[in-house]
Design a protein around this ligand. Structure first.
Ligand code: ZN
Length: 181
């Protein structure tokens, strides 16, 4: 297992559609282990494969650092697809390991239904709400090349501009490894 450098805003791979996984082979399993280690090292609760430079449709979630959710099991979603969304929208402040130190209120559906395959190649469909729905939507966005600034009103995006430039320049003080410029 290894802690990998996390890609940050400005890295091209974060803006591309990831590729579907054909077989959950040893390489994929090793990637997933590294993703969990990298995410936990950075105190994250979700991480997409392109955040560690891997062009595959995979994300991992572990909500156990959140107060009250200590008993949650880690989740791996391979080739996820959001198949329905609630009409109810909620605003929650989000952060992102690829946008170090940036926080922004993002409005998204409160609940989603998602189809994916698990590490045993079983197809699953789950309904998620609350924190799980939020993290799934954020990570799914990564897999289609979208990030927080794409999901906020243009007024707010303008306010984030200087911070985004600093991130692109690696002008941020953080204690986890990120990619070189
Ligand atoms: Zn993110």
């Amino acid at each position: 297992m290894a802690v990998l450098p996390i890609t940050v805003y400005g890295d091209k791979i974060l803006r591309e559609n990831t590729k579907p996984v054909k077989n959950v082979d040893e390489v994929v399993i090793a990637t997933i282990r590294d993703m969990f280690e990298t995410m936990r090292n950075a105190n994250g609760i979700g991480l997409a494969a392109n955040q560690v430079g891997v062009d595959k449709s995979i994300f991992v979630v572990d909500l156990s650092p959140i107060e009250g959710l200590e008993d949650s099991d880690p989740v791996v979603m391979i080739n996820p697809e959001i198949i329905s969304e609630s009409e109810e929208l909620v605003i929650i402040e989000e952060g992102c390991l690829s946008l170090p130190l940036l926080r922004a209120d993002v409005e998204r559906p409160e609940a989603v239904e998602v189809k994916y395959i698990d590490t045993d190649e079983n197809e699953k469909i789950i309904e998620a709400d609350d924190w799980l729905a939020r993290v799934i939507q954020h990570e799914y966005d990564h897999l289609i090349g979208k990030m927080i600034p794409d999901r906020v009103p243009s007024e707010l995006k303008k306010k984030l501009k200087d911070q985004l430039i600093n991130i692109t320049r690696r002008n941020v003080d953080i204690d986890y490894p990120i990619t070189d410029k």
